[in-house]
Design a protein around this ligand. Sequence first.
Ligand code: JBQ
Length: 236
Amino acid sequence: MRIDVISIFPDYFAPLSLSLVGKAIARGVVELGIHDLRRWTHDRHHTTDDTPYGGGAGMVMKPEPWGEALDAVEALSPSRPTIVIPTPAGEPFTQARAYELAARDHLVFACGRYEGIDQRVIDHCHDTYDTFEVSLGDYVLNGGEVAVLAITEAVVRLIPGVIGNPESLFEESHSDDNDRLLEYPNYTKPPVWRGRAVPEMLLSGNHGAIAQWRRERALERTRERRPDLLAERPPS
Ligand code: JBQ
């Protein structure tokens, strides 16, 4: 997979050369290009934003640098690029979307600042490429950069061969194989820590009973913390 990121803060993406994503890059499973949007400005001050038509607070990213940046990055494409635009106005980013993006050849992330990119750029993306506008949640970030770090990690770990032990993909929270419940609580040694004992059931060696106990804990947690997930589940 090829991944390109367009941002006015290219330094934000240094962490991508670490950890699991970094290993995928080192192994050649992922090819990563980070691009400074200012490279496609032509004025002395490398201006990327301007005041909004119609008035209001904040600034809006100008369309011209974005148009040139997208054209240039498209030229690097091994096939047809998929554009991902993090925005608080996007659809909630989900594990299902992560799986879908993990199957693409070329992802292009377009990082806008909070007030956003001129809508004509977004419309151009929808008309020209497969485009997803996604949000990480209902809170305020200054721009799309942190969202791109999170989405990249969620996607790259799903590319076949990236995770050493693919079994660990199965039982985790939000996976289909876990019935979309939150994950049950986990424990390791020692058996008692600061007066807190590991639940006795887990020491029983009774694998059937343990599986049932874990499912009960997962349901209990989900009911308390994410009742919306229970409401979404297929009947049974
Ligand atoms: C979203 F995706 C973005 C981009 C910019 C700001 C944002 N704020 C909240 N959630 O993930 C987001």
